[in-house]
Design a protein around this ligand. Structure first.
Ligand SMILES: Cc1cc2nc3c(=O)[nH]c(=O)nc-3n(C[C@H](O)[C@H](O)[C@H](O)COP(=O)(O)OP(=O)(O)OC[C@H]3O[C@@H](n4cnc5c(N)ncnc54)[C@H](O)[C@@H]3O)c2cc1C
Length: 192
């Protein structure tokens, strides 16, 4: 797959049913051939993110119908391999490892709310809106992270940590002072 770009998006010939509420008509395929740490030499890892908001369905399957849960994961992975085979060819017989994560998997490993992989979705109304980092009448409480930073994800979460440090400094009547990371300082010192 080394001649392909890192991200390929293409329409599916046949719609793929993910769960009773979710159908997808196109795939976004991330080909990690640029990262040799993810697969042994001569092999590569492919990831495909499929959207679903149907958390109750996946949770119910995982907790009460484990056999069906596994077979549904298998069905989807088979359909994806078929789609990749149709689009790129020469893939199906070469697949060595498959891992299917559902919203229930995300909850299992990260305890994230309803299996969401980031926090609040950004909408045209919210933009990068900031939510309060403290609670009324709860003195000394500060919160950072994806549930107070619309847009979710690591960049927003790190920024919210910085903002929280700023708020704590303000509450403590201390000046908020930042320093370049040690690594950056070393690099700056080395630059003639
Ligand atoms: C599968 C997956 C893929 C993702 N991919 C991306 C991506 O490609 N790009 C991106 O930007 N973002 C991605 N995200 C989102 C990103 O990981 C999260 O938005 C981010 O980690 C949230 O940071 P946080 O600090 O709010 O929470 P967390 O990272 O969940 O940190 C909370 C911490 O608090 C700890 N904790 C919980 N309860 C307690 C307690 N009672 N006492 C002490 N400690 C406690 C937890 O153990 C955890 O370490 C992904 C998330 C998932 C699940």
């Amino acid at each position: 797959m080394k001649d392909l770009p890192g991200l390929v998006q293409f329409p599916l010939g046949r719609s793929l049913i993910i769960d009773p509420e979710t159908i997808v008509d196109e795939l976004k395929v991330r080909i990690h051939h640029f990262d040799p740490t993810l697969a042994p030499p001569g092999k590569t890892l492919i990831t495909i993110n499929l959207p679903t908001y149907n958390y109750p369905y996946w949770e119910q399957l995982q907790t009460s119908e484990l056999v069906r849960y596994q077979s549904e994961k298998m069905r989807i992975s088979k359909a994806l391999i078929e789609a990749l085979e149709l689009r790129f060819g020469g893939i199906a017989e070469k697949v060595e490892m498959i891992d299917v994560a559902t919203p229930s998997t995300f909850t299992h490993f990260t305890n994230s709310w309803k299996g969401s992989f980031e926090g609040w979705l950004m909408t045209p109304e919210t933009g990068f809106m900031n939510l309060p980092h403290s609670l009324p009448r709860l003195k000394g409480f500060f919160m950072c992270g994806q549930w107070v930073a619309v847009g979710g994800g690591l960049p927003r979460v790190m920024l919210s940590g910085r903002e929280t440090a700023q708020l704590i400094c303000h509450a403590d009547r201390r000046q908020f002072v930042t320093h370049a990371a040690v690594h950056d300082q070393e690099q700056m010192a080395e630059t003639p």
